[in-house]
Design a protein around this ligand. Structure first.
Ligand code: NOJ
Ligand code: CA
Length: 715
């Protein structure tokens, strides 16, 4: 009753403000619960307080429970934003806007949501917090906002107590918690099986910090409920705060937020006013909606870069895969450690197996220029690889000093003459502190030498050593790098950075990240076919991945280097990945000599665009299969990609998305009759058929296979 009176007074006091805000109070005096729905009414969100004054929320989708009563709150070192609250204001608004991303899967994105802001107050000391929810047709996001207030200025965040209480024992696709890496294969288990399974999967990575005292998994993760709802949990707009993982509370079906701490156990240092990242739930009874969802981008702020005309998506090749096939090195010399006093690299003995040399890079430039590839990435071009990471200032990675066999001027002129861009590589060995010191010099060196894009890397334990790859400090670091790169008009592709949360909307020069187990693992045991049928439901919801598709020689044993890994793919599937793993920066990862053997198949990689006007997900099931059609942003062509897991499958490709009354030529790159990823990965077939929008193609996919189709208007 006390609570109701308070609210009543508060509403009267705020009446004028409400009128101004064109919002309306939907609070019902009969019940204390506050509700709102998605614009289409399918999602119902309820927010309330429990008997301790702790905020709670629950979510249903078409009447089915998705999240049952779950607590919300933050805990500071000396203040508690968790208990003893009263609701003193409720504000709902509707929002419907269309915006244009610089690049992506769609040329326009609709942001249509209902917002519910619940203002909470407590006494002794008086503290204010706003819970802001945005409910879309395909899910919702919510965040904590700590407004400017008298009793807190700086706050040391010790914990966030966001709960996701699941009403059923959902099938869950997850990777184990780890503060430093997300390069894992996924487990598929029930929630109740996670604690046992997570223990058996811990600590597989040498330099990383596995979480050993809790049962933690990482986001983005996806679940399928017993009544066949798909639910993805992640976050949006991770800025100034650590990444969120999920802790399974044993003997329950409850996940609690688990923030990456620093070495003092502190989660974040903030100054008010402050808003946390959005906690996101993508929800649908149709798995295709999860793939099509742009909710996470919609919860990020618009681009801070005003002139984006210099931001150009691209395809690239690189000497990179030579290092993964064995025998070749990023390092120029093998003997640096033996001569610790030497800082003049011309005095070192070259090892003779260093692919980032002028002649070899020219070979890649030639191939790229002949085959419609925009850029060449050069890894191992700069000093420091012999020692990897040294505390000696003169011997660590230098981002403006090329090896003696890498002629920066000559390559710049050669690439420019051939119309090819060069992509620089900055492997920091996770010495992020030193990278910040070198950053301006490094970016200026790039601009002076014609490089407009950089792949960054953070392999190893973070320096400063008090930090992790996903702690607040590192989250700030990667954002700062993207921001400062924009000042130089430089594009970023970051590896080993905290997994993305849609910040590409705000920093569209941040084209992609790795931040998951990528194609490099095809040479380290291989990725099973289900992996790439799952990543679009999980990791890719945060943003594009530099997965590095295009592997044509899938058996590493062919290099005679004692590596018996085999990629979980056929050649046709590798082509399909350019559609199912959309990114504005796509590698053609294999060696030119391998592409020479299959030039007719490589033709698809030459043709396939990297930015789209529209996308239609035709078939989808997590870790099983994906079929997607996309319209080129710069022509009338459509493309289709279809992949399956280990099981052969017939994809149903309904071409009704094509414009009415127009004939198209479909060039189909498909698995050969006898193809399978294990036994016959290089068997493929290319054929053309005439189609129109009445046609439904029944396309066979081999075990671990796929199909890639180009549709061009018939002349
Ligand atoms: C790991 C990255 O993922 C890979 O792409 C890179 O080549 C190596 N680190 C070396 O920096
Ligand atoms: Ca990596």
């Amino acid at each position: 009753m006390q609570w109701k009176l308070n609210l009543y007074n508060q509403i009267h006091a705020m009446k004028n403000l409400f009128l101004l805000l064109t919002s309306f109070v939907i609070f019902s005096f009969a019940s204390r619960a506050v509700e709102t729905t998605s614009p289409d009414g399918n999602i119902l969100l309820t927010v309330d307080l429990d008997e301790n004054g702790t905020p709670i929320y629950s979510v249903t989708y078409k009447g089915k429970p998705v999240i049952s009563e779950s607590k919300l709150g933050l805990v500071g070192k000396n203040v508690d934003f968790f208990k003893g609250f009263e609701i003193v204001g409720v504000d709902t608004t509707s929002f419907d806007e269309i915006w244009e991303p610089v690049w992506g899967e769609y040329s326009t994105i609709r942001d249509n949501h209902k917002e519910l802001a619940v203002t909470l107050k407590k006494n002794n000391p008086e503290l204010d917090m706003i819970l802001r929810f945005r409910v879309f047709d395909d899910g919702l996001g919510f965040r904590y906002e700590l407004p400017l207030q008298d009793n807190v200025n700086y706050m040391t965040v010790m914990d966030e107590l966001t709960e996701f209480n699941l009403p059923g024992d959902n099938t869950t696709f997850w990777i184990p918690g780890d503060y430093d890496t997300d390069e894992f294969l996924y487990s598929e288990t029930l929630i109740s099986e996670i604690p046992d399974e997570v223990v058996s999967r811990r600590g597989k990575h040498s330099e990383s910090q596995a979480i050993t005292d809790k049962y933690v998994i990482q986001t983005p993760m996806i679940m399928k409920t017993p009544d066949s709802l798909y639910v993805n949990i992640h976050e949006a707009a991770l800025i100034g705060y650590p990444a969120m993982s999920l802790e399974v509370v044993p003997d329950s079906l409850l996940f609690r937020s688990h923030l990456t701490p620093d070495k003092l156990g502190v989660k974040a240092y903030i100054q008010l006013p402050f808003s946390t990242p959005w906690r996101t739930l993508l929800i649908s009874d149709d798995a295709r909606d999860i793939l099509a969802s742009q909710l996470i981008l919609n919860l990020n702020e618009p681009s801070v870069i005003e002139d984006t005309s210099w931001i150009k998506p691209m395809k690239f090749m690189g000497v990179w895969w030579e290092m993964f096939t064995g025998g070749k090195t990023w390092a120029y010399s093998d003997d640096y450690r033996a001569k610790p006093g030497i800082t003049d690299y011309t005095k070192l003995e070259p090892n003779g197996h260093h692919p980032a040399n002028t002649a070899n890079v020219k070979k890649y430039i030639d191939f790229a220029a002949d085959h419609n590839i925009d850029a060449v990435l050069v890894e191992g071009w700069n000093e420091g690889w012999e020692d990897w990471r040294s505390y000696d200032k003169n011997r660590q990675f230098l981002f403006d000093k090329a090896y003696p066999d890498f002629d920066v001027d000559e390559l710049r002129d050669y690439a420019t003459a051939k119309g090819i861009q060069l992509i620089m590589h900055h492997e920091t060995a996770a010495n992020a502190a030193d990278y910040e010191l070198q950053l301006d010099r490094a970016f200026q060196f790039m601009k002076d030498n014609g490089y407009n894009a950089v792949k960054t890397g953070y392999v190893g334990a973070i320096i400063p050593r008090s930090e992790h790859h996903t702690s607040q400090w590192m989250v700030d670091h990667v954002k700062n790098v993207a921001e400062r790169a924009a000042e130089y008009q430089i594009l970023i592709d970051s590896h080993e950075a905290p997994r993305p949360t849609g910040l590409i909307r705000t920093y569209p020069n941040w084209l992609a990240q790795e931040s998951a187990r990528g194609g490099e693992f095809e040479s380290m045991g291989g990725n099973p076919p289900s992996h790439t049928a799952l990543l679009p439901f999980t990791r890719l919801k945060g943003g594009p991945m530099d997965y590095t598709p295009g592997l044509f020689e899938t058996r590493l044993s062919t290099y005679g280097q004692g590596n018996n890994s085999q990629a979980g793919t056929t050649i046709a599937r590798q082509l399909a990945l350019y559609l199912t793993m959309p990114s504005p920066i796509q590698m053609a990862c294999d060696l030119p000599e391998n592409y020479q053997r299959f030039l007719d198949a490589f033709r698809f990689i030459e043709d396939v665009p990297v930015e789209w006007a529209d996308s239609r997900y035709l078939e989808a099931e997590p870790a099983r299969y994906i079929t997607v059609a996309r319209k080129d942003k710069n022509s009338d062509d459509w493309y289709v990609g279809a992949i399956t897991d280990d099981n052969p499958r017939v994809a149903t490709i309904d071409l009704s998305f094509l414009p009415e009354g127009q004939q198209f030529i479909a060039t189909i790159y498909e698995d050969g009759k006898d193809a399978s990823w294990k036994d016959n990965p290089q068997s493929y077939n290319i054929r053309t058929v005439k189609v129109n929008n009445k046609k439904v193609l029944k396309q066979k996919l081999a075990s671990g296979g796929g199909a890639a189709i180009r549709l061009t208007p018939a002349p």
